[in-house]
Design a binder for this molecule. Sequence first.
Ligand code: PMP
Length: 362
Amino acid sequence: MPKQYSYFCAGPAKLPDEVLRGLQAGLLQYRGTHVSMLELSHRSNDFKDMLVATENNVRNLLKVPSNYRVLLMAGGGNGQFAAVPLNLISRTGKADYIVTGSWSDKAAKEATKYGTIHRCEVDKTAEGWRTCTDPEASYVYYCENETVDGVEFQTVPEVPAGVPLVCDMSSNIFTRPFDISKFGLIYGGAQKNCGTAGVTLVIIREDLLGNPLPTCPSILDYTITNKHQSIFNTPPVFPMYVMSEVLQWVAKEGGVEEMSKRTTEKSNLLYSIIDHSSGFYATTVHPTKRSRMNVVFRVGSKEGNEELEKKFVEEATQQGLLSLKGHRSVGGIRASLYNAITMEEAERLGEFMKAFQRDNKA
Ligand code: PMP
């Protein structure tokens, strides 16, 4: 039996141990209410106070300007793939999508139901980012971090003046500072860096509210959600509680600046092992596009030796390094290094990778 277990899953992902212990207490009784957090009414003052505190934490951590609204919604990232065009495409009926991997591809495909979508495809294996340049677009959409492909933007893409930039930050929100004023809208599912599945954070510039398509379902309508302060219907109370606890932890640990420092150290460690492995470990993602969140690589060769990769996952699991299998659509290995993964855990994985190479090189 391994002495320790580390969980490198892409999401739902590891939560900080300290947060889990706090949740355990809240599960039995939330702050002297004699009610479990699973039972707490969304109309109660205790719940409303928690929501206010969560919004304040989001605002402080991300330095959200006052002309932006902070919303909490259900439906996950896929809900937002529809909500974004349903709420924002009415201005011109068309939108531009920068496609860097499978999630932006899926978002672009969903959006074609609601308007004319132009795609700017980015090659993850080459240097340089393409962006979209249509000044008539209702918005330009991109995904900051492609969780499946291991591709992450290093800087915010340029867009034509006046065109709102929309960003899926599901897998890297709260992992570095962002200049929110560059965006029209940001969203992120909670299950990687700020909680568990069921709640999605949306940050929207106020002037973008108020123009949904007439067919927009109320539950996906940002204007309605804003009017009801994220309690239009019975919201996912427990996932919201988890988010509130995780954000307090992020603040206590030193905020997004500290998370950024840690994330860079953890991912540099693994990429350095890959780069010094004489091709035993390989990633096709160009060095300027490598994700700090999801280190995606092959074992044995650039194309991957599936037998060796199976062995890698099996032996890692035996040593308590869990959930390293790559996404089924790309294969290989994926180590997700979200905020809750410690440097020590990344080091243990690094040591395992080095030993595995020593024992298995041809
Ligand atoms: N965007 C990104 C970047 C993701 O990683 C995911 C899911 N892992 C999604 C969107 C879809 O989110 P959901 O499964 O919550 O619909």
